[in-house]
Write a protein that binds this ligand. Structure first.
Ligand code: ADP
Length: 246
């Protein structure tokens, strides 16, 4: 017999004890890799993602270059040990699709027109997956882009809301993602109030869509604060290194 866990208990709490609007514990660090131009790490519950950014740099192969703007290339990939059953290291259809989704969520934030004929590469590696890897990748990638000194209109912060047993919940974990009725990842440029990604898997009524978006926005503002703090910590670190070297 198939065992389906109860996702919302009698007190209205979720499988990991959270209230519906409660996010998992999370942290963001900027500048975690020495050899990349920019980098960031995000941990949210059991999900761990590291992102490296290179560029803007000369385009290879040359024919991909554009005369009026930089080309943003994104690669999302899950490490073999990031999920319970070893994942094949070759890119799956899902990883190829998520690479595109992540690129489209980031593109509106970058002043690509300032760097014609160049490429900006973003590599998101999922170290551990427990739901919300695309939103963590987008969040960390925008911090890594800022860490690389690439001019941005705003950071992009992302979170997923979903529906489990008829209740709207923020920041789905892996089990909720797998057994819930719906999943709606949202990415925003919070200061500009612009949405750069809105996906919906499952069926949401228009009221649920409105409420879900509101819940996502509240969580996104918290993520945004943590992104800015991570960058500030990194700048202070660099300032200290520079003044120490003088
Ligand atoms: P997201 O991670 O952005 O929520 P999905 O909704 O596609 O993206 O995936 C939800 C979750 O399902 C992932 O975070 C991960 O925990 C799990 N998952 C995805 N791919 C695999 C896989 N190949 N093997 C095991 N679990 C997976």
């Amino acid at each position: 017999m198939l065992f389906l866990p109860k996702l919302i208990n009698e007190e209205g709490l979720r499988i990991d004890g959270r209230r519906p609007e409660e996010m998992r514990k999370f942290r963001i660090e900027a500048g975690v890799l020495k050899n990349a131009d920019g980098s960031a790490y995000m941990e949210i519950g059991g999900t761990k993602v590291i992102v490296a950014v290179y560029g803007p740099r000369e385009a290879h192969p040359k024919h991909i270059a554009l005369p009026d703007k930089s080309v943003l290339r994104c690669r999302y990939s899950m490490l073999s040990f990031s999920v319970a059953e070893r994942k094949s290291p070759s890119p799956s259809r899902r990883e190829i699709e998520l690479s595109k989704v992540i690129r489209e969520a980031l593109e509106p934030a970058i002043f690509l027109e300032e760097f014609p004929r160049t490429v900006i590469d973003v590599y998101a590696e999922v170290l551990e997956a427990d739901g919300g890897t695309r939103t963590a990748s987008i969040t960390a990638a925008s911090v890594a882009l800022a860490d690389a000194g690439i001019p941005l209109r705003d950071l992009v912060a992302a979170i997923a809301v979903g529906k489990v047993e008829g209740t709207l919940v923020v920041d789905l974990n892996g089990v909720e993602d797998q057994y819930g009725e719906g999943d709606m990842p949202v990415a925003m440029m919070p200061k500009l109030g612009l949405i750069t990604l809105l996906q919906a898997d499952g069926i949401f009524s228009s009221e649920e869509l409105d409420k879900g978006l509101l819940m996502a926005k509240q969580a996104i503002y918290r993520v945004y604060e943590a992104q800015k703090k991570a960058l500030k910590r990194r700048y202070l670190e660099i300032a200290k290194e520079v003044s120490g070297a003088e």
